[in-house]
Design a protein. Structure first.
Length: 172
């Protein structure tokens, strides 16, 4: 039995895929292309399309696998140019989920907003508000580590919310 496709795009970035979900018109194809360009520019690990607009999700060995819909494999919508052919891979393990136009997007999201379960597989998640570009968030997720262990605000933090970097970090 062939599983139905889901309305999403996916890009293999380094060793795992970014699964991009969101309503029609939220920018899934645009973000997929931005990830590919950022990979080519060296801003993130090399990136290649898995699928745009419709993908298939399967589980194998406790991992979520994404594949392009066969009729759309290697095709990417570039708004203003139309459907374009681009290099792609036939499958990848999903390592990150990005939800565009997410209602639970926040400046400092709750811990439960930063993960999701798909077909029984727990995955890191980035909820993105439509007013913000998702590319910097994804780049940060792929190239930085979680700083929540530094739970005490720096002495000069007027907001006292522990999200400021100490001004002496470079000299410590």
């Amino acid at each position: 039995m062939t599983r139905p496709t889901v309305h999403a795009s996916a890009v293999l970035v380094g060793a795992s895929a970014v699964l991009i979900r969101g309503p029609s018109g939220s920018g899934k194809s645009r973000l997929a292309f931005e990830l590919i360009l950022a990979g080519r520019a060296g801003q993130i690990p090399p990136a290649i399309l898995v699928g745009d607009d419709r993908v298939r999700l399967d589980t194998s060995g406790g991992k979520l696998i994404v594949r392009p819909a066969p009729e759309l494999a290697g095709l990417l919508e570039v708004r203003g140019l139309g459907i374009r052919r681009i290099g792609h891979v036939g499958e990848a393990e999903v390592g990150l989920v990005v939800d565009l136009a997410a209602e639970d997007a926040a400046r400092l999201p709750a811990a439960e907003a930063l993960s999701t379960r798909i077909d029984g597989v727990e995955l890191p998640r980035i909820p993105v508000n439509l007013r913000y570009s998702p590319l910097p968030l994804i780049a940060a997720a792929l190239t930085t580590t979680d700083g929540t262990n530094a739970s005490q605000p720096s002495a000069d933090c007027r907001k006292e919310i522990a999200n400021h970097i100490s001004p002496t970090i470079a000299t410590e």
